[in-house]
Ligand binder design. Structure first.
Ligand code: PLP
Length: 344
C-alpha cells in the first residue's frame, strides 16, 4: 500500500491520544463531517448485511444516473475509487500511462503494479488527471479538459479524470466533465463519495464512462465489488445529499479563507492558492523539514501530510493540510505558531 493521509492508527496505538482527541489534518474530508442523518441511513440499510448485495447494483447506478443525467449503464460502482483506479490499470495492463505530477500517487502505483510504465504525455495510451488536483488544490476549467479529451480521442488514448474533490469546489458544474461522457468514447470520470460526505470507512465510489468501457471493466471485477450497506447508503446520499453539499461549500469557503490567511501570517509557511478543501504548503525556512514539523505536531495529537512521496515536489519542503472547522484550524495554527516560535 502507498502512503496516504488519514492513517491515524499508529498514533492511536501509541495510547497517548484517544480517537476523539486526534485532530487529523492529513485526510482531506468534508470539514462538517458526515451528513447529520448518516446514522439513520445506516440503520435503515442494516438489513442489507444479511443478504448478498444485488449483483448489478441497479439502485445505486440509477441514483447516480439521475444525479448526473447519465445512462445507468454508464455507471460502475467500486469499493472506493482507489479500487477503481487499480481496476482501470488492470484493464489497460502493460500500457504506457502519463500522470500530471505532482498528483495523487495511487495512479502511478496502480500502473506500475500492472506492468505499465509512466511515460511522457505524447507516448501515453492512458492519461490520469485529477481535478481539482491533489495535493496542489488547483482546479482546471471544463473547457481546458475538453481540449485534452479531444486530443486523447484523436490519439486513441484513454483519459481518466478523477473528480474525488469536485463536490467541494465552489461551482462544480463549471469544472466537472461528468456531463460530457456522451461526447467522448475514451473518457472515464471517477467520483468518490469519501471526501464530500466524510465517509472514508464506508468505501463508496463509482466511475462513469461509455457503456462499452463499463462492460469491459465490470468483467474484470470480482463479484460484489461494493458491500450492501455502502451501496444502500450511497444510493440515498446520491438521491438526497445535494443540500448538504451546498451547505458544505458555503461553510468551506469561510474556513478555507481564514485558514489560508492564518497560515500565511505565520511566516515561514507558504500555502498555495487552493480551490479545494486542503492546502499544499511550502516550508520556506531551510532549517525546517516537513518530517520534523509533522513529528512535533504529532506529539500534540495533530496529524498533517508530509509530501515527500509526491513525484515533482522538492523533498523535505512540502506539507498538505486539510481545511477543517474554524476552531480546529485555529488549534493547528496555534500549535504551528508555538513550534516555530520555540525553534526560533
Ligand atoms: C485524488 C484522489 N482520488 C481517489 C482517492 C481515493 O478515494 P476513495 O478510494 O476513498 O474513493 C483519493 C484519496 O485520498 C484521492 O485523493
Amino acid at each position: 500500500m502507498g502512503t496516504h493521509g488519514g492513517n491515524l492508527w499508529p498514533l492511536l496505538k501509541e495510547g497517548t491520544f484517544g480517537l476523539d482527541e486526534i485532530l487529523d489534518f492529513s485526510a482531506d474530508l468534508n470539514p462538517l463531517g458526515p451528513p447529520p442523518d448518516l446514522g439513520v441511513l445506516i440503520q435503515e440499510a442494516q438489513g442489507q448485511i444479511a443478504w448478498y448485495p444485488e449483483p448489478t447494483y441497479e439502485e445505486f447506478r440509477e441514483a447516480a444516473g439521475r444525479l448526473h443525467r447519465a445512462d445507468p449503464a454508464a455507471i460502475l460502482p467500486g469499493n472506493g475509487t482507489a479500487d477503481l483506479i487499480h481496476l482501470i490499470s488492470r484493464w489497460r495492463a502493460g500500457e504506457d500511462a502519463a500522470v500530471a505530477a505532482p498528483t495523487f500517487t495511487e495512479y502511478e502505483r496502480a500502473v506500475l503494479a500492472n506492468g505499465g510504465r509512466i511515460t511522457p504525455l505524447d507516448r501515453a495510451r492512458l492519461l490520469f488527471l485529477c481535478n481539482p488536483n491533489n495535493p496542489t488544490g488547483t482546479v482546471q476549467p471544463r473547457e481546458e479538459l475538453l481540449k485534452v479529451a479531444e486530443a486523447c480521442e484523436r490519439r486513441g488514448a484513454f483519459l481518466v479524470v478523477d473528480e474525488a474533490y469536485m463536490d467541494l469546489v465552489e461551482d462544480p458544474l463549471r469544472y466537472s466533465m461528468i456531463r460530457d461522457l456522451a461526447r467522448f468514447s475514451r473518457l472515464i470520470v471517477l467520483r468518490s463519495m469519501t471526501k464530500s460526505f466524510a465517509i472514508p470507512g464506508l468505501r463508496v465510489g463509482y466511475l462513469a464512462a461509455s457503456p462499452g468501457i463499463v462492460a469491459g471493466l465490470r468483467d474484470l471485477q470480482p463479484p460484489w465489488p461494493m458491500n450492501g450497506l455502502a451501496a444502500s447508503v450511497g444510493a440515498r446520499l446520491l438521491e438526497r445529499g445535494e443540500p448538504f453539499l451546498a451547505q458544505t461549500r458555503q461553510a468551506l469557503k469561510r474556513f478555507r479563507d481564514s485558514l489560508r490567511e492564518d497560515l500565511a501570517g505565520l511566516g515561514g509557511i507558504r500555502p498555495s492558492p487552493s480551490s479545494a478543501n486542503f492546502f499544499l504548503c511550502r516550508l520556506e525556512d531551510p532549517g525546517w523539514s516537513n518530517r520534523r514539523l509533522a513529528d512535533q505536531l504529532k506529539e500534540r495529537g495533530i496529524l498533517i501530510r508530509s509530501c515527500d512521496d509526491f513525484t515533482g515536489l522538492e523533498p523535505g519542503r512540502f506539507i498538505r493540510v486539510a481545511v477543517r472547522r474554524r476552531e480546529e484550524n485555529e488549534r493547528l495554527v496555534g500549535a504551528l505558531r508555538e513550534i516555530l516560535r520555540d525553534a526560533g
